[in-house]
Design a protein around this ligand. Sequence first.
Ligand code: C5P
Length: 224
Amino acid sequence: MHAWERGLATFGPMRILITAGPTREPLDAIRLLTNRSSGQLGIAVASEAIKRGHDTTLLLGRGAHSPPSTIEACCRRFDSTNDLQSLLDETFPAADLLIMAAAVADFIPEQAPGGTKMSRHDGPVQLTLHPAPDLVATIADRKRPEQTVVGFALEPGATLTKRAIEKLSRKGLDAIVANPLDTMESSHITASLIWANGKIDTAADDLSKEAFAAWLLDRLAPAP
Ligand code: C5P
């Protein structure tokens, strides 16, 4: 039985692990390769999970918005994909539910040798980018049957549902939140939750991220 089914059945507190915000990969001693994720949705989900009495941990990228003081105590910060992987290795075994909202790098750059700073005077610089490990796919592959892993798919609206279903299946997830590209940096979201059994729950359009967090947790982890 999945943790969310247990939660629905017993209304007991769950151990919920949430990741949010961007990874930052060093290019040289001072520069970073990162993305525009603000972490707002993950912060909203963590706040709502705490409000509902769940044992909550938020892994939050350093480039994200600052967490409100109410969730600081459950928050651990990461920089690179490698940092996030280490934190997940440490915290996932004790989690009933992972909500993987972090915008993890798809590519990790080869760094300038010896931690030096690239100079403009060296002329054009070519970056070599290596594919990053897929953290959520690795976790889903080794999770225990009672653990639930939920990923996110951020895609252009026209291909969103199709691409989200592909990702859900390729990464071996229990469910995936499908949301269009303009969710990034916005305070609102129009999204649906697609389950591995093919069921699709669609939230009302253009919810605040706080309202969407409550909608999502109603489905994944109702109040104890
Ligand atoms: O592959 P894509 O980035 O589109 O998939 C998004 C989902 O996969 C998110 O849940 C994200 O946290 C996760 N992901 C990951 N490791 C990566 C890239 C994405 O866990 N290297």
